[in-house]
Design a protein. Structure first.
Length: 280
């Protein structure tokens, strides 16, 4: 058995779509005519049942994602209620919240309701950010990441590869991520959609693998390959582990379907990789 442990994480889109921001990679922005399901306040019983299914498949983490720029009082109350219920029913599940920009005070409220980690992505380098979003700044994103640490939550911050950024932008982006000393770096590969203004990436699978290797050279912690794993790497996604990834998302993503947890678990078994049983 290989000693390397792979951490499985999972996501629930608990509020989907209708965002007024203009992030050019995001199907949940209402600026683009994407064909996604839109809803607010997913039923808490449904969220708990999703968490139970994914936890039984081996997911140690469960991320509560809401669309929109950031937390407000209504959203904070709702996410806190969901977290409290989940902690009651699945006390060992690592709960991650991903609800956009947030103040230290809001993050402390989430922590008190049972949230363990907060995910807020820088998305790309400071220099390139204005090319992919004009309605809020990269600095606001960076500040929320700092707030996460001040509030005493684990920080999960990463971004998206393949938005048209240069190699230099990626280099700056990785250094900016590292300056935050995150617990986990989630890396997504852009999932093209005809309704979005960003064209499909020209990066090839080997480029993607080299990018993961580059992050691994700089970072000892958890590197999670999240959205776009299946669409970018196809059946070569097993190679991400050789390149240094040690975490994946199982189940579905925010607005796209995953390949299915059973297939991923079968892949890890075939590679003789151990599935982590504790979220350190
Ligand atoms: S703020 Fe979040 S939900 Fe809104 S468009 Fe940007 S990435 Fe999408």
């Amino acid at each position: 058995m290989n000693n390397k442990e792979i951490f499985l994480c999972s996501i629930s889109n608990i509020e989907s779509g209708g965002c007024s921001e203009d992030c050019k990679f995001c199907t949940q922005s209402n600026r683009y005519k994407t064909d996604i399901e839109k809803y607010k306040n997913k039923d808490i019983k449904l969220i708990v049942s999703e968490a139970k299914i994914l936890n039984a498949k081996g997911a140690l983490g469960f991320c509560l994602v809401t669309a929109g720029k950031g937390l407000n009082d209504r959203k904070l109350k709702y996410v806190s209620q969901v977290a409290e219920q989940l902690k009651k029913e699945l006390p060992d599940l690592n709960l991650i919240a991903c609800n956009g920009t947030a103040t230290v005070e809001q993050l402390r409220i989430l922590k008190n309701s049972g949230i363990d980690s907060y995910n807020h992505n820088l998305e790309t380098s400071e220099n390139f950010y204005s090319e992919i979003c004009t309605t809020h700044s990269w600095t606001e994103r960076y500040e929320t990441c700092q707030n996460v640490k001040t509030a005493g939550l684990n920080l999960c911050t990463g971004g998206i590869i393949g938005l048209g950024e240069t190699e230099q932008d990626r280099e700056s982006f990785f250094n900016e991520l590292l300056s935050l000393n995150p617990n986990s770096i989630p890396i997504n590969f852009y999932h093209p959609n005809n309704a979005l203004p960003i064209a499909p990436t020209t990066l090839k699978i080997d480029d993607g693998l080299a990018i993961i290797k580059k992050i691994r050279e700089k970072f000892n912690g958890r590197i999670m390959i999240a959205g776009g794993r299946e669409s970018f790497f196809g059946n070569n996604d097993w190679k991400i582990f050789e390149s240094g990834a040690n975490s994946i998302v199982i189940g579905n993503y925010l607005t796209t379907k995953g390949i299915g947890a059973d297939r991923d678990i079968e892949m890890l078994n075939r590679l003789d990789l151990k599935i982590a049983t504790k979220c350190k």
